[in-house]
Every structure is written in structure tokens, then in C-alpha cells.
Write a protein that binds this ligand. Structure first.
Ligand code: GLA
Length: 351
């Protein structure tokens, strides 16, 4: 078990960015930078024991500063979309920054993905961790309250990466945190041959702007039924309205079981290299996004061009637009409350 740090460049204003490398004896190596709390690389063995990087991103900080579809970053204060960037809380209406047509996406113009986080390292129970903290000031992106957030990445012995999120506020506010890593378990190519199981009987259907309608729809009989493992490519071009609207998968699934309890959300298997990724979370939902907006205009690590659907995201979260959907689990955080959420990504292989 080892953790090392090195400089990873500077922002235009001179702020230094550090890169942390966490490794364990089983051969897993994760790199995380303080800009955006971003996972820049994640190397795990394939079924032959060969290490390979299974996340999309750039070789240097410049790429992340130039054009970034949220590669590997922490997303906040509010993951995914809020309709019109507007919500009411305790009788006060807030107008957030809008950055996705008329809507608010992933925290606004300068979300948590574009902030430099303060880092501290530690060890516990045979695991090593990197704790990243950020104080989001009252009024940032027009959100109320000073919000203090800590995201802790822990690399376990068994090739699991645990992400635990904690937050406190001094005024009532809303909060929905996730990590936006794009996985490709083969390391290259598109993700259409990856097989996916999602532990969800229902999903939240969306309108044309990809905002939830408020319904919880059964996946049964739709191309969103992943309760049995299914090749992503099998139904990604299905004429089903929900798939056509999103240009593939870009939907929030209602994870079965009890929110607050760590339970299986998804399992992904890539047949050529044999890698398996399991996602467990305490969150009520998970956005399954198949990189439909990648379009070959980004040249990433090692000079690889990221074509459409060359990565997939498994964003554990509260449901999009929750502040405007009273029937969805609440995303309100009040002074005195401790926000806590955990997601674990576990890597293994099979034949
Ligand atoms: C999320 C959204 C997508 C898209 C990506 C970023 O996964 O659901 O619609 O905005 O982020 O490109």
C-alpha cells in the first residue's frame, strides 16, 4: 500500500495542482488530481494479469482545462439537471446558473469539477485514503449556504475504490454529489460489447431536455431492462422513445433496495479482457450514461481519439431535478445535519 504525490501543473491564475498516486499489493493503481478531485487514471489487471488503464481522460492538466466532458471528476453541488436552474426552498426561489440550454447541469458554470480541492492523506485498516475538501461559499453558482464538503477516496486491498462524501451547511440548501468517471474496461474502442447488469426495476423517464417527467417507470419490456446482464450494443439504437431522445442510454435508474444501505447497483463485464466492475452505493439512484455526446473531437490519453460511446458512466446519485419533484427522495440539507453517502467501485476478472 503506497501513496505518492507530484505536481500536475498550474491553473492560469497560478494555483498549483497536485496528482496523488495510490497503489495496493494487488496491482491496482489510481491517480487523482486536486483539480476537480478528478480520477485521471485507474489501472487494474485483466484476466491475464496485465495492468490497463480503464478510465478516459487526458495526459496533462491542459486537456482538462481546455475541453472537458466531466472526465473522472467530482460533480456538485448538484449532479445532473435542474429544470430552468430554478428551485424553491422554504418559500424562497433560487435561480442558479444555467449552462445546459435553459437548464442547470452538474453544478453550473464553475462546479466542483473546476475547483481545486485541499488534500490530506491517511491510512486505516490496511487501506490508504485521500481526503479532498472544499468550502463552497454562500452564493456560489447562486446556491444558498456555506457548504463544506469532504470527498474521501479509499483504495482497499481487494481492488475496490471507495468514495465517501460528507457535507455540512450553515443555511438550508440542496446537494447531490457524484463522480463522473468514464469507464472502458477494455481500455480502448467503444463500450458496445460491455455487458451490463443494473439492479433496478424502475427508471425515471425524461422529456426532450433530458429532465425527469416525475414518473417512476418499470424497466420491464423496455430497452432499459438490465436486470439480466445484457450487451450495451444490443438495444442502444432501439427506436424506443426514451433511448432515441437521449441518443443512447442517459437515464437515472432507481436502484433496488433501501437508500442509505450499501447495495449492488450495477455489474459490468468486458469479455475480451475479462475485467468486471461492480458498483455499490447508498444513493437512491444511478445515472447510466453511454458517452453519447463524445464525438471524436477529443484526443485523450496516449493520443487516443474518444469516439461516440467510447466510455460509460455509472453516476450514483439522487434523482435529477429532485428539488422540483416532491415525490423524489429529498436533496435538502439543513444546518446541523451531516450529509453522508458512499459508493464503492470493485474490480475483478473472470473467464
Ligand atoms: C451526464 C448527463 C449527460 C451529459 C453528461 C456530460 O451524464 O446525464 O446528459 O450531460 O453528463 O456530458
Amino acid at each position: 500500500m503506497n501513496i505518492q504525490t507530484q505536481p500536475f501543473g498550474k491553473l492560469p491564475d497560478g494555483t498549483a495542482v497536485e496528482l496523488y498516486t495510490l497503489s495496493n499489493e494487488s496491482g491496482m493503481i489510481v491517480q487523482i488530481m486536486t483539480y476537480g478531485g478528478t480520477i485521471t487514471s485507474l489501472r487494474v489487471p485483466d484476466r491475464e494479469g496485465n495492468l490497463g488503464d480503464v478510465v478516459l481522460g487526458y495526459d496533462s492538466l491542459d486537456g482538462y482545462l481546455t475541453k472537458n466532458p466531466y472526465f473522472g471528476c467530482i460533480v456538485g453541488r448538484f449532479a445532473n439537471r435542474i429544470a430552468g436552474g430554478r428551485f424553491a426552498l422554504d418559500g424562497v426561489t433560487y435561480q442558479l446558473a444555467v449552462n445546459n440550454g435553459p437548464n442547470h447541469l452538474h453544478g453550473g458554470l464553475v462546479g466542483f469539477d473546476k475547483r481545486v480541492w485541499r488534500a490530506a492523506t491517511g491510512r486505516s485498516d490496511g487501506a490508504i485514503c485521500l481526503a479532498l475538501s472544499y468550502l463552497s461559499r454562500d452564493g456560489e453558482e447562486n446556491y444558498p449556504g456555506n457548504l463544506y464538503v469532504t470527498v474521501t477516496y479509499t483504495l482497499m486491498r481487494d481492488n475496490a475504490l471507495r468514495i465517501s462524501y460528507r457535507a455540512r451547511t450553515d443555511k438550508p440548501t440542496i446537494l447531490n454529489l457524484t463522480n463522473h468517471t468514464y469507464f472502458n474496461l477494455a481500455g480502448v474502442g467503444d463500450i458496445l460489447d460491455h455487458e451490463v447488469m443494473i439492479n433496478a426495476d424502475r427508471f425515471t423517464p425524461v422529456n426532450e431536455a433530458l429532465i425527469p417527467t416525475g414518473d417512476l417507470q418499470p424497466v420491464e419490456g423496455t430497452p432499459l431492462d438490465f436486470r439480466q446482464p445484457m450487451r450495451i450494443g444490443a438495444r442502444i439504437n432501439d427506436p424506443h422513445e426514451q433511448i432515441a431522445r437521449a441518443g443512447g442510454y442517459d437515464h437515472n435508474f432507481v436502484v433496488n433496495g433501501t437508500p442509505g444501505e450499501l447495495r449492488l447497483a450495477a455489474r459490468v463485464y468486458e469479455p475480451t479482457r475479462g475485467r468486471v466492475l461492480e458498483v455499490r452505493t447508498t444513493e437512491p439512484g444511478m445515472q447510466f450514461y453511454t458517452g453519447n455526446f463524445l464525438d471524436g473531437t477529443i484526443t485523450g490519453k496516449g493520443g487516443v481519439v474518444y469516439a461516440r460511446r467510447s466510455g460509460l458512466c455509472l453516476e450514483t446519485q439522487h434523482f435529477p431535478d429532485s428539488p422540483n419533484q416532491p415525490a423524489f427522495p429529498s436533496t435538502v440539507l439543513r444546518p446541523g445535519e451531516n450529509f453522508h453517502s458512499t459508493t464503492v467501485f470493485t474490480f475483478s476478472t473472470r473467464s
